[in-house]
Design a protein around this ligand. Structure first.
Ligand code: NAD
Length: 363
């Protein structure tokens, strides 16, 4: 009887796993098990070139196998540097042909935010697993469409929230979970840098620019992760000190988030000010992180003398390995599409409040 039951459970798990995966993953089940998942990068700009492709050289569970680009002149350099084979090079037009490429298991979208929805939906339709950079998309509606497309095609979507994979960030999340210093009372969360470019997608509304999608999601995450709660209302002030550059989108935003427990967070995000810190005041103590969102080197301290510092050179290999393992083991992603949407919900509220005289926007 016991054995029958065990075998039934085993079969049920196998059936559930099969149901959760796409035809491509099912096909893969009939091939020898891969030690590393093959990743194709869509968009070969700064982040792909300087962080993600070099980061993939330091991963254990995934590797760079393909590229998708609209700029043919970039192809030889990438092929030479990373050994990408001709058959794994795509343009934006034949992107969908990845469906038939067994070398590629995961598509990672690293384009301007306004293009995330289209390339995630098209990617999901190939049946490959999807990773997408932050901000997930310029609107909650786009984020939902991306989640829906992945669900419909039975593939899984992760957002490139590298910080959530950093043990230093995980350390401060644990403090609130364990109620080490009691309840959270007040948070200050800031993320900004001086953006020198003047004609980039970061200054274009149509391309999904503006500081809120860029540095804003980090400041919001600091507040959400430090409280362990989702905000229930937002009051914001948006502004620019360089109207000749930031006339379509906001250069700076300051905003107040209120949480269900009564905790409050004041947040600042800017393309005009260098800042990167988190301060959390609890009933019986405090915690500080500075920087809080670096690629590496995030560190902090607590009122009881505890230091938060685990050396992390770069978060990206950690992120991609964790996400690859989640796919291989069929375990949850640390930052799935739903997590990307949560931040964009707050971003939308900040922009709405900022455009309406800092009125309180309920969430
Ligand atoms: P980038 O401008 O350097 O690169 C964008 C790429 O998109 C380029 O290869 C460009 O050729 C391509 N592209 C295709 N169509 C385009 C169009 N119509 N207009 C502009 N570019 C077009 O940008 P980036 O800094 O690499 O950012 C790409 C994504 O990565 C963004 O979502 C950004 O927020 C994200 N990012 C994340 C981090 C992080 O720490 N997680 C850091 C940097 C960037």
């Amino acid at each position: 009887m016991k054995n029958e039951r065990r075998s039934f459970i085993k079969k049920s798990i196998a059936a559930a796993t099969v149901a959760a995966f796409s035809p491509n993953v099912l096909l893969a089940a009939t091939r020898p098990v891969k030690e590393k998942l093959g990743v194709a990068l869509v968009g070969l700009g700064y982040y792909s070139t300087d962080l993600i492709a070099p980061g993939l050289l330091n991963t254990q569970h995934c590797e760079l196998k393909g590229i998708v680009t609209g700029t043919p002149s970039k192809i030889p350099t990438w092929q030479e540097k990373y050994g990408v084979e001709d058959k794994n090079v795509y343009s934006y037009d034949n992107y969908g042909d990845i469906a038939n490429n067994p070398d590629i298991d995961v598509i990672y979208v690293i384009l301007p935010p306004s293009m995330h929805k289209e390339y995630t939906v098209r990617g999901a339709e190939t049946g490959k697993q999807m990773w997408c950079e932050k901000p997930m998309a310029p609107s909650v509606a786009d984020c939902q469409a991306m989640i829906d497309a992945c669900n419909k095609n039975k593939v899984r979507l992760a957002i490139g929230y590298r910080c959530q994979h950093d043990p230093n960030i995980q350390a401060y999340r644990k403090v609130v979970k364990e109620q080490r210093f009691g309840k959270v009372k007040m948070v200050n969360s800031a993320a900004g840098y001086f953006e020198r470019r003047t004609d980039h997608w970061k200054q274009s509304k149509a391309m999904g620019g503006g500081v809120m999608g860029d540095m804003g999601v980090y400041a919001i995450q600091g507040a959400r992760m430090a409280t362990g709660e989702e905000p229930i209302s937002v009051s914001a002030h948006t502004m620019t000190t360089r109207p000749e550059i930031y006339h379509e989108v906001e250069e700076t935003a300051t905003y107040l988030l209120r949480f269900p427990s009564g905790a409050m967070a004041t947040c600042q995000s800017s393309f005009g000010v260098n800042m990167n810190h988190l301060q959390v005041n609890y009933e019986k103590g405090w915690l500080k992180m500075e920087p809080q969102t670096g690629y590496g080197g995030n560190r902090g301290s607590m009122s009881d003398g505890t230091e938060i510092y685990t050396p992390v050179k770069r978060q990206q290999p950690l992120q991609m390995d964790n996400d690859a393992l989640a796919l291989m083991n069929n375990t949850p992603y640390i930052a799935p599409g739903e997590e990307g949407l949560r931040d964009i919900r707050v971003v939308e509220a900040v922009l709405k409040s900022g455009a309406n005289g800092s009125c309180e926007v309920k969430l």
